[in-house]
Design a protein around this ligand. Structure first.
Ligand code: NAD
Length: 465
């Protein structure tokens, strides 16, 4: 058995749950040790130290799990996590302040306000494509909001998960955080327990299982799911830069990115010029043999490799198409001439394959998008202000990006989340804090001026109020 197989099976091994420690986490919530600002800031500081001290090991783990190059791994799984934690450190005191609201005359004298209240004990179920980002950012939000938290690590990123399982708890309060390895069986066992908040990242299929389990305890959920992320290219879009931005978003992390452009709709007369420009962008990014490029990643495992092979058969391959099972390599691929009922046009691709479809009218492209489940991210490339306005104001999607692709991820004040099949709730920036807390309503009345008019019996003058 080679080293990667050993690490994989260790990370996926289903374990019996540490029930005693789980009780401890509940006690930490009840005793209030997780509430003081100083405690919360100490946890954020600990997470930042984890990233600082383990950065090199994180980059190596991402290379082993996904073939990620250092620049990409550093940008998405290290720098982004750091930026999100720092933003919380900087703003937490302000976010915790009560917000005064108007108190009507009938409730005077009195004061009303909301204040953020932590849910209590949170469960975070992460996935493998950006494993550090998807565990550490929600964890930081949970702790900043004053919760204790259980993390179920993603079994399909075994090197990254093993690193977090071995070290993460040392950097935070072990009475408030538990890191658990294991696969779907472990996740199912956890979902049978009562949590006060569940934050799930992964497929829409499992999202339904998570939500059904949460319903048993009426536990609120945030579901960060996947789906199609269509791209509409309009007549007037500058082809070269459009192709470059689409190819960058589609082929980063070997296409295993939840917001990656998943299907391109382009005016039929521009279909071939766009495909040619995509080809040029791919060569510019990864050379003529992407398998030898340090900047190009690998498919996470054999199951996903096999799943993607099916898509390759569903259209005419015009760019790429090569694959090497032993190396989990699939070339950046562009497909066209795809039948309407093909699964590649229906299911999320989550790999380095890009269907390009020609359309005759813009209305046809818009109804293609409308007739399918709501996207996590919708892209539009055009200079036409009227069209930009029309799409932003009439189309539904988690995020709409005009004239770019995945760059939306780095805008910290934008909430990131889906709608319909692509999820519910959001995170990033302040929204991560809000995902793990609720605005508690407080009305504070005075004992003065106790008007008799509100009390029964409602007779005489009172009956006429
Ligand atoms: P996965 O198989 O790793 O599953 C995610 C988590 O669910 C894991 O912890 C796993 O153990 C658990 N799980 C799997 N099957 C389960 C079951 N039957 N019952 C209970 N728990 C179970 O991940 P995946 O589904 O392959 O992830 C890829 C998907 O995640 C894609 O659809 C992608 O778009 C989506 N994604 C979304 C976001 C986002 O922020 N919206 C980010 C990354 C990935």
């Amino acid at each position: 058995m080679d080293e990667s197989t050993t690490v994989k099976s260790a990370a996926a091994q289903d374990v019996s749950l540490p029930h005693e420690r789980l009780r401890q986490l509940r006690q930490s919530v009840d005793s209030g040790i997780v509430r003081p600002l100083a405690w919360r800031l100490a946890q954020l500081g600990g997470l930042l130290r984890f990233v600082d001290e383990q950065e090199e090991a994180m980059l190596e783990a991402l290379k082993a799990d996904l073939g990620r190059c250092r620049a990409d791994a550093r940008m998405a799984d290290v720098s982004m996590v750091r930026a999100e934690i720092r933003l919380m450190q900087k703003n937490l005191r302000r976010w915790l302040r009560p917000r005064r609201v108007r108190t009507p005359l009938a409730a005077q004298p009195g004061r009303s306000w909301t204040q953020p209240e932590p849910f209590g004990l949170a469960l975070i179920l992460g996935t493998w494509n950006y494993p550090f980002q998807q565990i550490l950012i929600p964890l930081a939000g949970a702790l900043a909001a004053g919760n204790s938290a259980v993390m179920k690590l993603p079994e399909s990123a075994p090197h990254s998960s093993t690193l977090m399982a071995a070290h993460l708890e040392r950097y935070v309060d072990p009475e408030a955080v538990i890191v658990i390895s294991g696969g779907p069986e472990t996740a199912s066992q956890l979902l049978e327990l009562r949590f006060d908040k569940i934050f799930y990242t992964g497929s829409s299929r499992v999202g339904r299982i998570v939500m059904a389990a949460a319903a048993a305890n009426l536990t609120p959920v945030t579901l960060e799911l996947g789906g199609k992320n269509p791209v509409i290219v309009a007549e007037d879009a500058p082809i070269e830069i459009t192709a470059r931005r689409i190819a960058w978003g589609r082929f980063m992390n070997c296409g295993q990115l939840c917001v990656a452009p998943d299907c391109v709709l382009v005016p039929e007369r521009l279909r071939i010029p766009l495909i040619e420009a995509l080809g040029e962008a791919i060569v510019r990014f990864y050379g003529s043999d992407p398998q030898r490029s340090e900047s190009y990643g690998r498919i996470v495992n054999a199951t996903h490799f096999a799943r993607l092979q099916q898509f390759l058969k569903e259209g005419r391959v015009v760019i790429g198409g090569q694959s090497d099972e032993k190396d989990r390599y699939i070339a950046p691929t562009v497909l066209t001439d795809i039948p309407d009922d093909a699964t590649v046009l229906r299911d999320e691709i989550f790999g380095p394959i890009l269907p390009v479809i020609g359309y005759d009218s813009l209305e046809q492209a818009l109804s293609f998008v409308r007739s399918r489940p709501k996207p996590l991210q919708l892209h539009l490339f055009t200079k036409d202000r009227r069209l930009q306005h029309q799409v932003v104001n009439t189309m539904s999607a988690g995020t709409i990006v005009v004239n770019d692709s995945i760059v939306s991820q780095i805008v910290p004040d934008l909430p990131f989340g889906g709608v319909g099949d692509s999820g519910m709730g959001s995170f990033h920036g302040r929204y991560t804090f809000e995902a793990f807390s609720r605005p508690k309503a407080v009305l504070h009345r005075s004992f003065r001026a106790d008007l008799d008019a509100r009390y029964p019996p409602f007779t005489g003058m009172k009956d006429r109020i």
